[in-house]
Ligand binder design. Structure first.
Ligand SMILES: [Cu+2]
Length: 146
């Protein structure tokens, strides 16, 4: 019986260790303050957030998926000859210790052809894939501004 208890204790310790590994992984790339503009089904919307790279190396955001839109693209807005243009980005690079802000008139995730309405207060999940860090699922809140 005593042996049995020791084994159980050991299992708990092993679990604790693997949990702390998990949180160490979360400290690698952090996504904060994710929000999206409200929009109706069939229309586009955009997702914004802050990416913090606490890895020792440069990483790249390479793809995005979600259940709420038919297409999810990484975009950059910029002024070209006095007009605002959006360019699709193959990836976005984040150097170590950098906080990169996805925000209006800059980097954003373009949700194209929404499959559902996004109303104020709604929350939905998107999945971001980084070349080195892998996949991160985040909750996005629908609101007018950050
Ligand atoms: Cu866009």
């Amino acid at each position: 019986m005593r042996k049995f208890i020791i084994i159980i204790n050991l299992l708990i310790v092993i679990n604790l260790v693997s949990c702390s590994n998990l949180s160490a992984k979360e400290n690698g790339i952090n996504i904060e303050k994710a929000w999206a503009r409200p929009a109706l089904q069939g229309n586009p919307s955009a997702v914004y957030f802050k990416i913090e790279n606490n890895l020792q190396e440069t990483d790249k955001l390479i793809s995005v998926t979600s259940q709420v839109a038919e297409l999810n693209e990484i975009h950059m807005s910029s002024m070209v000859d006095g007009t605002m243009k959006m360019m699709q980005q193959e990836y976005v690079e984040i150097v170590p210790n950098q906080v990169l802000e996805f925000k209006p008139m800059s980097y954003h995730i373009m949700l194209i052809k929404l499959k559902q309405d996004l109303s104020l207060g709604d929350q939905f999940e998107i999945s971001l894939t980084f070349e080195k860090f892998g996949e991160i699922n985040i909750i996005v809140e629908v609101k007018e501004t950050e």
